[in-house]
Design a protein around this ligand. Structure first.
Ligand code: ME8
Length: 524
């Protein structure tokens, strides 16, 4: 039977236009979804919006429209953005969807009837932008430890979730599943700052505003936005609805991708909610770090915000996908600058990849009228090239399976460089001049084959470019298959297009760096 693979992104707050940080998580999830589809798995990929809560209510009031009108507009923007970035999500959940509201209401009742919820009074601090409760001791200089903004004093009647009851089970779960939360450094942070010091009960309702799902047992309360939001991962699959076939098929999630700012919610509260609902826990939680700008976090006031749609309009979708993905090392923050964007674009995409494809297609046309032949000869460099590629593919797979995207891309780029070197080593123009046509056939075959493999490997990251390369090469669908990296197809008589089309136009760094800086200012 086909393996299933369920992957999720966080559902984002539609409180503003999405910047490249939000796009990073979504593109990363898309890469993994595409990679697992390539490997023949039955993939289900979910993203969506977190539309309730005080932050959204305030935002819509500022704009003088109803919260529903506001989120409706934002949801169409978000869907359009993901379409533009070639995101292949199977579903888009909104927490205002009836299916979600109904299921959250039912889940609340189950938790209430189980005795996991009790009524009390909360006195403490609340950060509206993060929608998070804090105790005095958690604050840093009296401000929110996560975003650094002012917190509000709140005192309200609220329902609490009895987290403590599940503390031992959660600890045991982490002991038995040491690779659940990765990277391991992130797991250690969570264990040290929360699990090992004891978990506090959590407020799960609010009364000071009403933009949310009503608490079924006490409708002057709305469900706390995080309980509401976390449940999206299962309500989207039809949990507690009439048709829960997707839930049966896809839950538990194979990978949930989140940024480090929301790891506490996903590493502690979410597993506990699932335990309380008697559901299996996700298999893996992958936590990534942040894309930073040269002057720190992206913020409108600093005028350093970069929006992915504006970047894509100016430079193409794949340039955006590639450079954003390449910006973050595993387990660390990464930096995005106009200079690094142009450098990656010009060097890796345009020079290394683009020229390789373009030169090869030109040579196959010039020397062999565009046709690929098998040869009875081998040059002394052929085996070395092919062994190198086989080895790099293995290394690539290890890295992508560990979600180390920068390193995975590094191995594909290694193949690109090694193949460029092969052209220098074999000097096809000399073989042609010396009429060594059998050697030449072998070199063209190997080059063609290497580019075909590069294109298969690059597909999850820069799918439009890969399709473009496949078209220029004239490969069949079977020759695009991931399996055909190993079970080599016969490429004899394949024919490339008559004139290669450049994959990426070289950018003038001086002009484009200024243009990017301007785009960042104007749109902030
Ligand atoms: O937290 N670099 O939504 P949110 C990389 N609604 N990733 C970044 C980033 C950056 N600079 N900035 C943001 C919420 N992100 C909740 C989630 S889930 C049940 C509810 C990404 O709109 C990162 O993945 O604030 C982070 O976790 C997410 O955006 C936060 O999105």
């Amino acid at each position: 039977m086909m393996n299933k693979f369920y992957i999720t992104t966080p559902i984002y707050y539609p409180s503003g236009k999405f910047h490249i940080g939000t796009a990073y998580t979504t593109i990363l999830a898309d890469v993994l979804a595409r990679y697992h589809r390539q490997k023949g798995e039955d993939v289900y990929f979910l993203t969506g919006l977190d539309e309730h809560g005080q932050k959204i209510q305030i935002k819509s009031e500022e704009m003088g429209i109803s919260p529903q009108e506001y989120v409706d507009g934002m949801a169409s923007n978000a869907k359009e953005l993901w379409k533009k970035l070639n995101i292949t999500n199977n579903d888009f959940i909104r927490t205002t969807d009836k299916r979600h509201v109904d299921a959250v209401t039912k889940a609340f009742n189950i938790l209430y009837e189980n005795g996991d919820i009790y009524k009390g009074k909360y006195v403490g601090k609340y950060c509206v932008p993060c929608e998070t409760f804090y105790t005095e001791s958690q604050l840093v200089d009296g401000k929110c430890p996560e975003c650094g903004r002012e917190v509000k004093e709140v005192e309200e009647e609220t329902y609490f979730f009895n987290m403590k009851k599940y503390e031992d089970r959660l600890k045991k779960f982490y002991e038995e599943n040491p690779n659940f939360l990765v990277p391991l450094t992130k797991k250690n942070e969570i264990m040290n700052s929360f699990v090992n010091v004891g978990i506090e009960d959590l407020c799960i309702s609010r009364t000071t505003f009403d933009w949310g799902i009503k608490v079924p047992v006490d409708p002057k309360h709305v469900v706390y936005v995080w309980l509401d939001a976390l449940l999206n991962y299962i309500t989207a699959l039809g949990y507690l609805s009439e048709d829960d076939s997707l839930m049966k098929k896809y839950w538990p999630a194979d990978i949930q991708i989140i940024g480090k700012d929301i790891s506490r919610f996903h590493a502690i509260y979410w597993p506990i909610f699932l335990m309380a609902l008697n559901l299996p826990l996700p298999k893996k939680l992958f936590v990534h770090d942040f894309i930073m700008m040269r002057d720190g976090k992206m913020s409108k006031s600093k005028g350093n915000v970069i929006y992915p749609d504006i970047l894509a309009d100016a430079y193409g979708v794949d340039a955006v996908r590639y450079t954003i993905l390449k910006s973050l090392p595993y387990g660390q923050d990464g930096e995005f600058t106009p200079e690094s964007f142009i450098e990656k674009y010009n060097t890796e995409l345009c020079n290394d990849l683009g020229n390789l494809v373009n030169r090869t297609i030109a040579m196959i046309n010039k020397y062999q009228n565009g046709v690929i032949y098998k040869s009875n000869c081998k040059t002394s460099f052929d085996d070395e090239l092919n062994n190198y590629i086989t080895n790099e593919i293995e290394l690539y797979e290890k890295e992508i399976d560990n979600i180390n995207i920068q390193n995975a891309l590094g191995h594909i780029l290694n193949i690109v460089s090694r193949t460029n070197k092969y052209i220098d080593e074999t000097s096809p123009w000399v073989l042609y001049k010396e009429e060594k046509y059998e050697d030449l056939k072998s070199v063209m075959y190997n080059l063609y084959e290497a580019i075909r493999k590069i294109s298969i490997l690059f597909y999850p990251f820069i799918p439009t470019t890969s399709e473009n390369i496949f078209n220029q090469l004239g490969v069949t669908n079977e020759q695009k298959n991931y399996d055909s990296l190993r079970y080599l197809p016969d490429l004899e008589n394949n024919k490339v297009i008559e004139k290669g089309i450049p994959l990426f136009e070289r950018l003038d760094a001086n002009i484009e760096i200024d243009r990017l800086k301007e785009l960042m200012k104007v749109n902030s």
